[in-house]
Write a protein that binds this ligand. Structure first.
Ligand code: ZN
Ligand code: ZN
Length: 115
């Protein structure tokens, strides 16, 4: 264990499903400095490291609207259907999602697990 106090004021985003971490600069729906941007959900944002001169943000992840776990926006970890859902909640409540989502998740399952 290392002391988190010397992390340079950075708060770390951690995806609770795949374990990816990244420092995030903002959490919310409207990134500071951007005028017309309002996001569909509250999410973890990171300033685009490749374009520091622009007010551009990358979306790292968000919290699942059901279990409140923090998940990244990777297709393996979450999906956005009116709200953010982690894939664990999606498969738990799959029958409540539209067919299109069910088909997508079924496709993912086939490719990720060899059975
Ligand atoms: Zn993830
Ligand atoms: Zn969830």
């Amino acid at each position: 264990m290392e002391s988190a106090s010397s992390a340079g004021g950075g708060t770390q985003f951690l995806c609770e499903l795949c374990g990816i971490t990244a420092p995030f600069s903002y959490y919310g729906q409207k990134p500071p400095g951007t005028r017309a941007v309002v996001l569909l959900e509250e999410c973890f944002l990171m300033k685009d490291p490749f374009r520091p001169e622009k007010e551009k943000f990358l979306i790292l992840g968000s919290s699942c609207s059901l279990c409140r776990r923090t998940v990244c926006v990777g297709t393996e970890c979450s999906l956005f259907y009116t709200k953010r859902f982690c894939l664990q909640c999606v498969s738990k409540h799959l029958d409540q999602f539209p067919q299109q989502i069910q088909a997508e998740v079924a496709k993912k399952k086939k490719t990720s697990s060899t059975r």
